[in-house]
Design a protein around this ligand. Structure first.
Ligand SMILES: O=C(O)CCC(=O)C(=O)O
Length: 267
């Protein structure tokens, strides 16, 4: 078993760690069941400014993101509070002293018709200064390369802030003037690793680490993945072009204001 200091060194070096067997099967079963019911019933697209959001995002061009809330999805709140946060604090204590909830997304890749979600870096979409974040990712079922597993460019978090692009088309956002992530990070010497996982496993990545997910090409399998992002330092609002994450529509802040509010609780 890896010691926490090894994990922490690995996280500093690679910008991502895969924690094996840290989430209970029973909790994931409840999360899946509640999700399946919500997936059929939720049509809401409005963004409220007084509570945290859950974004339901189907990776199909033209699909609109839908919005759920935690009172409709109690198993997910319990997964975050009773499993994800204690695991983070146990395994990476130095990195997770301060965890402020930023965003929760469930990515759904239907078979055959789903697209690649192109290389990106989470923080390049977020209007924060400093922009230090930790994200977790958990699949709802076993995920393989053919099912659209997450792929990471190891060590890329050390290369600073990159430009943001449309994740489906790779088109840079208007006025984006930062350097873009290369199409093939191995061309600049980075190792690229595909993370095949079970639903009891959890990925933790630094907000600066480049990653993408390939298409799900397995007939009959719908790839669902949960991502929860946390801010790890007190931050101020620092808007710039290209930062169109759903939660930015929850804000009534002015540039330089402290990034606080009901949708972003300290946990
Ligand atoms: O679930 C996916 O396919 C993509 C997730 C992702 O890119 C993210 O959480 O930032």
């Amino acid at each position: 078993m890896q010691k926490n200091t090894d994990l922490s060194l690995n996280y500093d070096e690679k910008g991502v760690v895969l924690l094996k067997n840290v989430i209970s099967e029973e909790i994931m079963f409840k999360v899946r069941s509640e999700y399946d019911a919500l997936e059929k019933s939720i049509t809401r697209t409005e963004i409220s400014s007084d509570k945290p959001l859950i974004v339901l995002w189907k990776h199909v061009i033209g699909e609109q993101k839908r919005i759920a809330h935690f009172d409709e999805f109690p198993a997910l709140w319990s997964l975050i509070i009773d499993s994800i946060i204690p695991v983070l604090r146990k395994k990476l204590p130095e990195k997770t002293k301060r965890l402020q909830l930023l965003e929760t997304i469930i990515f759904n890749k239907p078979p055959k018709i789903s697209n690649i979600l192109n290389w990106h870096q989470d923080v390049s979409y977020f209007p924060l200064k400093p922009n230090n974040q930790v994200a977790i990712w958990i699949p709802f079922e076993k995920v393989t390369k053919e099912r659209g597993a997450m792929v990471y460019a190891l060590g890329s978090h050390k290369l600073g802030a990159m430009g943001s692009v449309n994740l489906h088309t790779k088109q840079p956002f208007e006025n984006e003037n930062r350097q873009l992530i290369p199409d093939d990070p191995t061309s600049i010497g980075l190792e690229v690793k595909c993370m095949e996982m079970e639903p009891e496993d959890m990925l933790v990545h630094d907000g600066y680490t480049w990653h993408y997910s390939g298409p799900n090409i397995e007939e009959g399998y719908i790839r669902r993945g949960l991502s929860v992002r946390f801010i790890t330092e007190e931050a101020v609002f620092d808007p710039r072009p290209g930062q169109g994450a759903a939660f930015t529509k929850q804000l009534t802040l002015k540039e330089g204001d402290l990034f606080h509010g009901l949708p972003f609780p300290l946990l």
